[in-house]
Design a protein around this ligand. Structure first.
Ligand code: ZN
Length: 221
């Protein structure tokens, strides 16, 4: 069984405040429990809250996969407390891109003078893996994760004139491929709680088992 928990569901930039309090304002981070294995997808600001929770189950061993390295997917990593604690082990996976490896990218955002502590000063043990497209990560407990190319919306680019909304497009794809469930995720920072609910309603009109991810949402598969 897989247990999926959403710690950050926002794209581009954190959006705290009363208008987004129901959906949540932290950027991308999803925890997946696959038997005894802990897999974390993305290190947006939501990973700070996950890290605080993980302090109850030390020592922590986890696999951390980066979908890509836009800021909203890496910016929480310097605030992920378990990564500072010796005895914890993290396997970090990303795809080598034009500017460097995942290790170089994570170190870059912590370089002086942007941040007071460097990646090399974090106390946990890190194993970095640069994945090729289609490569499979085998988890110790038998789970498998396949790396695939991502079609990511361009954060911050005006989306008018596309002719159809991305939520309805996603719902049509879910219907066409016979998906069991669709989770809308990486909400635009301009969308308040009402806008996300409207997006969810719009998707459900096409694909009934659609849900908009909210911080704290847990899905068992
Ligand atoms: Zn993003």
């Amino acid at each position: 069984m897989l247990i999926v928990r959403f710690w950050g569901v926002r794209g581009s930039i954190p959006t705290p405040g009363p208008a987004t309090v129901k959906v949540g304002g932290n950027t991308s981070c999803v925890e997946v429990r696959c038997g005894k294995d802990l897999v974390i997808f993305d290190a947006g600001t939501g990973i700070r809250l996950l890290g605080n929770q993980l302090l109850r189950e030390m020592p922590v061993t986890a696999h951390l996969l980066f979908s890509h390295v836009h800021w909203d997917h890496i910016q929480g990593f310097p605030f992920f407390v378990p990564a500072f604690i010796p005895g914890n082990t993290f396997r970090l996976y990303g795809q080598k891109n034009v500017t460097g490896t995942i290790s170089e990218t994570l170190a870059g955002q912590m370089n002086y003078p942007s941040f007071p502590v460097g990646l090399a000063d974090m106390g946990a043990t890190f194993h970095f893996h640069d994945l090729q497209e289609g490569q499979v990560v085998e988890l110790p407990g038998g789970g498998r994760i396949r790396n695939a190319r991502l079609n990511h919306p361009n954060d911050g680019v005006p989306k008018t004139g596309w002719g159809h909304s991305t939520n309805e497009e996603a719902a049509r794809v879910a219907l066409a491929v016979g998906a069991k469930r669709l989770v809308l995720f990486h909400h635009d920072p301009t969308q308040n709680d009402e806008a996300v609910e409207a997006k969810e309603t719009g998707a459900r009109a096409i694909f009934p088992d659609a849900v908009a991810a909210r911080e704290g949402l847990v899905i068992e598969l």
